[in-house]
Write a protein that binds this ligand. Structure first.
Ligand code: 6PG
Length: 257
């Protein structure tokens, strides 16, 4: 393990092997949580990386979990209508949620239909507080992506959102399209029982290396993901891990799908 690494890095040979390994680990993690507590909760990322994972969870793994005990939330959302092609909710719904027997009341998309985005953030926080009656929400798993600039969820470099320590959900203006977004804050993400980054492709190798070894400054939001008590795993493919010379690839089974 590299010194200074934050969390455990699991290197998979390619995208399909990573997707299979993450799907298997996600099912195990959520099943264990559901058996232990009677229910479990996961917060989903957006972007392109999780699409193949969602598709696999909605096909080969569609019977793998007691979906009535699983609650689905989002780590961030673009402030667009739920049927907009840029919606993180729409992508998860089309690739995964429409293909499993999950009760509609267990799917908790961020509201994006209100004129006032701050009110939408407060409404989602109220949904979280109703679901997690405790000082901080205890997600069993938060899945995150890594942007080329080191952003994660919708926490972008230099954003004042990185300083938020009391609200659970806030509106942000992103430097990418679409700019209006909602995001979980760092205190919420860092109180999850498990936080997993999914990082694919050579275009992420430099930002991954910097994030894993860089300072946790405002210029590297993903480096500020440091679970208080939870586990942190970086699921990366060999292309993204190319600059992590010291990390021994742990070859996940190749996908046979
Ligand atoms: C979003 C995401 C965002 C994403 C990264 C990586 O709403 O876009 O939540 O944080 O995870 O930008 O995106 P890719 O997976 O497309 O590289």
């Amino acid at each position: 393990m590299e010194s200074g690494l934050r969390g455990e890095v699991r290197v998979c040979p390619d995208a399909s092997a990573l997707t299979l390994a993450v799907a298997r680990a996600l099912v195990d993690t959520l099943r264990t949580a559901a058996v232990g507590a009677g229910r479990c909760s996961v917060a989903l990322p957006g972007g392109n990386t999780p699409r193949a994972l969602y598709r696999l969870l909605g096909s080969a793994y569609r019977e793998a979990l007691p979906w009535q005990a699983v609650h689905i939330f989002w780590g961030d959302e673009r402030y667009v209508p739920a049927d907009d092609p840029r919606s993180n909710y729409r992508m998860a719904k089309e690739e995964w949620l429409d293909h499993i027997a999950i009760p509609p009341e267990n799917v908790h998309p961020m509201p994006t239909h209100l004129a006032d985005i701050d009110e939408a953030a407060r409404r989602y926080e109220a949904i979280l507080r109703a679901h997690f009656p405790m000082p901080w929400p205890g997600f069993d798993l938060v899945l995150l992506g890594l942007g080329p600039d080191g952003h994660t969820a919708s926490l972008f470099p230099g954003s004042p959102a990185l300083e938020e320590r009391s609200r659970w959900v806030i509106p942000v203006r992103a430097p990418v399209e679409p700019p209006a977004r909602l995001t979980l804050t760092l205190p919420v993400i860092n109180r999850a029982a498990a936080v997993w980054f999914l990082v694919l492709g050579a275009d992420k190798e430099e930002v991954l290396r910097k994030t894993l070894r860089g300072r946790a400054g405002r210029d590297l939001p993903a480096a500020q993901v440091r679970p208080v008590d939870g586990g942190l795993i970086w699921w990366v493919d060999a292309a993204a891990a190319a600059l992590l010379a010291e990390v021994e690839p742990r070859h996940a089974p190749r996908s046979n799908s």
